[in-house]
Design a protein around this ligand. Structure first.
Ligand code: F58
Length: 854
């Protein structure tokens, strides 16, 4: 340890400072009031809930930073191997409650705030979600970061600091989605620490040259330089000192304005370049679909550099995002490595980089560029280093794959990243030589496997680059990983062997998704098991099995579900004008709205239920299980979804039916809304066409919170049923193997439409749910001769499965027994298990405990 000045003075000062981080109520109060008075410059009479939240959050951040410093110092001293999780999305949700729980300080904060005149829950409600992600992929990254820290694995998450996260969703009076911006940084973000000193210069455009020989060092000069400025967010582990980091990059102009232009009076031009740079991290892309849509709006990109050319502006910006992020992150990683003074061949012994989908695939040619051009490493050695460093996770469902796989136009890459394009061509040439050696005279195979897809323009296949530049490729559920090998990369399996491809089934963190979001259930579990160990070892939930038939336990279990249901019903009644039956079975489908996820199947099923209820006499209706159908989720901008609201409008207005069936769409689904919805669910729907949902992770969250699942044989549903027992899952629908045949039947016009579906369609066409026009896009996908997602093929068995749910729900004791078994058997879906599997099988990293003395 080296201190500037007097080491004794430093140590005494640090020890004194540690006093301010004690966990007793008085210390917490003092710390909060310190931030109110100094950091936020407020007097107590002038303090509202938002201010209190900010002060309390800053005081929690102080605690995190102290641990963060110890962690980073220790990791550096010990020269540990680190994991770098490169993800364009981290859907973190709120941090305050989670941080207090992981640090074990929720009680003193609760008590301290109370004495200062505030209620912890209200204060917590001032926090905005950190919505830097679209859905499953981004939330998975957040769960994995929690597990990495909790398991003491040295890790960094790298992402972009978008000024606008995922859009806020408003539902207008026509029931349509309206997207509004989410300026989440408006009130400043107390969780981040700016590191203005660690900014990185990133080159775009410019000129590139190749080396004198085929594998020699090239150059890249000129063009435009922009700055990537890091903002760090500490990630605490649960019950451990380890505090890892998410480094988020913010784009900045290199000079805030051009002095020459300014002096010449051209004030706008003086700031334009800086502003253009800043747009790079202005907004999170809401999805791939909107990118595809944008293909039709070709605009001329205003080029301040090189030459002018026509590109899709949105696409060019997305590529800039990807490169800025990847280049800044690799710069950071390499800087850290150079300090070790090890040869570059040792790089993979200190660094494991995981590519979360293909979005960071440019990291592969970028690391090649650093090694070959800047560090003078021989090409073949560099390629070996690259391959040993990277792992690639695919998240795309099979039936969507070819469409959804990322491809970038060669001219666009040439324009933005000329040197990288050369490197990609060279990687491709050497790779195809190998393919030719192994499979001589097979032109078709070369064309299929090439990194370049022929056409106008030529395209770079990022997934192929990710596969050949990684030592391991994984899917995210057993079925999905099988399809990745069979349908997506069969040529690559033949080339590299089975061992390059593997499965790591997704997982969720029980800290957020049970301990934090369902405190009553967590407390009952702890009481029954006599220990909190399950929070760190979820297999311990098995111990609940023995209470599954215990009447007293069942009663407590059920009353917690009722309390969670009541809370959701209150939320519904305060945010919509729907009045709900508190005893109704709550049937939930919340996730991104997408054709393949088939919210349409659900809503058509709701209509069928409504028609059935209408046919019954009032006393017969009383014998049917009452239902509340809850929908939530954001759609890609421009995607139709108003039909759900049209159905709910009619049904909720029907006085005869109200008691028995109501339908609500909850606007602006988010992580924090999920925390209210999931604990309240009796039944949740995971009903994608077989083979399309890579895994799904909300299925795991619902089951862990004692909700039963209705679902198809898709993604992780299959493994969940294996774990909790087929008898506890309501399965229906066709299996993956049958999907191609059924699709062909539709194309050939040979498909049969079931009478129940026709009855529903007739009702829609009669105007029962208002203007039938709202339903036309939906009906067209089913009857327009395609039914690509097989709604008609699965409809009858879906209704049958829903009838089985009703039957099962009537016998409450056996239903509750099923829900206890379900929670008890969910241990294997912990993200701790998934992360350990990555650590052992892909990253080759070990946990490092931070000692108390550190
Ligand atoms: C999801 N992918 C899968 N992509 O659909 C889901 O089955 C899986 O459980 C989850 O990954 C985690 O493995 C996903 O969320 C995206 O959000 C893309 C992000 C980039 C733009 C296009 C959507």
């Amino acid at each position: 340890e080296i201190f500037p000045g007097d080491a004794k003075a430093w140590k005494a000062a640090i020890a004194k400072n540690a006093e301010t981080l004690k966990k007793d109520v008085e210390t917490v109060e003092a710390q909060i009031s310190h931030h109110v008075h100094t950091t936020l410059a407020r007097a107590p009479f002038n303090v509202d809930e938002l201010t209190m939240y900010q002060a309390a959050a800053l005081s929690v951040r102080d605690r995190l930073i102290a641990r963060w410093n110890e962690t980073q110092t220790f990791h550096t001293q010990q020269r540990v191997k680190r994991v770098y999780y490169l993800s364009l999305e981290f859907l973190m949700g709120r941090q305050f409650d989670n941080a207090m729980l992981n640090l074990g300080v929720k009680k003193p904060y609760n008590d301290g705030l109370k004495q200062l005149g505030f209620n912890l829950e209200d204060v917590s409600d001032s926090e905005r979600d950190m919505g830097l992600g679209n859905g499953g992929l981004g939330r998975l990254a957040a769960c994995y970061l929690d597990s990495l820290a909790t398991l003491d694995i040295p890790a960094f998450g790298y992402t972009l600091r978008y000024q606008q996260g995922i859009f806020r969703q408003i539902i207008n009076s026509n029931g349509e989605q309206v997207e509004v911006p989410d300026p989440w940084l408006e009130n400043t973000n107390p969780w981040e620490i700016p590191r203005l000193d660690a900014a990185v210069e990133i080159r775009l455009h410019g000129e590139a040259t190749r080396g004198d020989n085929a594998k020699g060092a090239g150059t890249w000069t000129g063009g435009l330089e922009v700055l990537a400025v890091p903002y760090d967010i500490p990630v605490p582990g649960f019950g451990t000192k380890t505090t890892n980091n998410i480094r988020t990059w913010s784009a900045r102009g290199k000079v805030s304005f051009d002095l020459a232009k300014f002096n010449a009076g051209d004030y706008e031009a003086a700031v334009r370049e800086a502003e253009e740079a800043e747009t790079i991290t202005r907004v999170l892309y809401p999805n791939e679909a909107s990118l595809r849509h944008a293909t039709y709006i070709l605009v001329q990109v205003e080029l301040t550099h090189d030459f002018e050319q026509n590109f899709d502006k949105g696409k060019a910006l997305r590529l800039k995002q990807q490169y800025l992020w990847v280049a800044a992150s690799l710069h950071d990683i390499c800087r850290r490595f150079r300090k070790l003074r090890e040869p570059w061949t040792a790089f993979p012994d200190y660094n494991a980089i995981q590519l979360n989908d293909t979005h960071p695939t440019l990291a592969i040619p970028e690391l090649m560029r650093i090694l070959v051009d800047e560090e003078g490493q021989p090409w073949d050695e560099a390629w070996d280093i690259v391959r040993r460093t990277f792992g690639y996770t695919n998240h795309t469902g099979a039936a969507l794959m070819t469409e959804a796989l990322e491809r970038w136009a060669v001219p666009l890459i040439e324009w933005l990243l000329p040197r990288h394009m050369q490197i990609i061509y060279d990687i491709n040439a050497f790779f195809l030589e190998e393919v030719e050696k192994k499979f001589p005279n097979d032109r078709a195979r070369l064309a299929r496997m090439s990194l370049i897809e022929e056409g106008y323009p030529k395209m770079v296949r990022m997934a192929h680059l990710a596969v050949i530049g990684s030592h391991r490729v994984n899917g995210v559920a057993a079925l999905h990983s099988r399809l990745v090998k069979q349908d997506l990369f069969p040529d690559f399996v033949e080339m590299f062997g089975q061992d390059r491809f593997t499965n790591v089934t997704n997982g969720i963190t029980a800290r957020r998704w049970l301990y934090q979001c369902n405190p009553q259930l967590a407390a009952l579990i702890t009481q029954a098991l006599g220990t909190e160990e399950w929070i760190l070892d979820l297999d311990k939930l098995k111990g609940l099995e023995k209470y599954a038939r215990d009447k007293k336990f069942q009663k407590e279990w059920a009353s917690i579900k009722q309390a969670n249901r009541d809370r959701l019903c209150e939320y519904i009644e305060s945010t919509t004008d729907v009045k709900v039956n508190r005893k109704a079975l709550i049937d939930v489908q919340v996730k991104r709205i997408h054709e393949y996820k088939r919210q349409s199947l659900n809503i058509l099923g709701v209509i069928f239920r409504y028609l059935t209820l209408k046919k019954l006499k009032p006393e017969e209706r009383k014998r049917v299980v009452p239902r509340l159908s809850v929908f939530g989720g954001k759609a890609a901008p421009g995607y139709y979804m108003a039909n759900i609201n049209a159905v709910s409008k009619t049904i909720n207005a029907d006085k005869d039916i109200r008691e028995h069936l109501s339908v609500v769409f909850l606007a602006d689904y988010s992580v924090s809304l999920a925390e209210i919805i999931i604990p309240a669910s009796d039944l949740s729907e995971h009903i994608s066409t077989a083979g399309t949902e890579a895994s799904g992770t909300s299925n795991m969250k619902f089951a862990l919170n004692s909700g039963l699942l209705i679902g198809t044989l898709d993604g992780a549903n299959i493994e969940i049923a294996e774990a909790i027992g087929d008898e506890n899952v309501f399965f229906f629908g066709n299996v993956t193997e049958d999907v191609p045949r059924l699709r062909r039947a539709h194309q050939a016009g040979e498909a049969q439409y079931p009478p129940e579906l026709m009855e529903v369609v007739d009702a829609i066409r009669s105007g029962m749910f208002g203007d039938g026009g709202v339903f036309e896009p939906l009906l067209n996908t089913i009857f327009g001769g395609k039914d690509y997602y097989l709604i008609s093929d699965d409809f009858t068995s879906y209704l049958e499965a829903q009838r089985m749910v009703d039957v099962a729900f009537v016998d409450q004791s056996s239903w509750v027994e099923k829900t206890i078994h379900t929670t008890a058997r969910m241990g294997r879906f912990a993200s701790d298990r998934a992360v350990m599997q990555y650590a052992d099988e892909i990253w080759n990293v070990e946990p490092v405990k931070i000692p108390d003395s550190a």
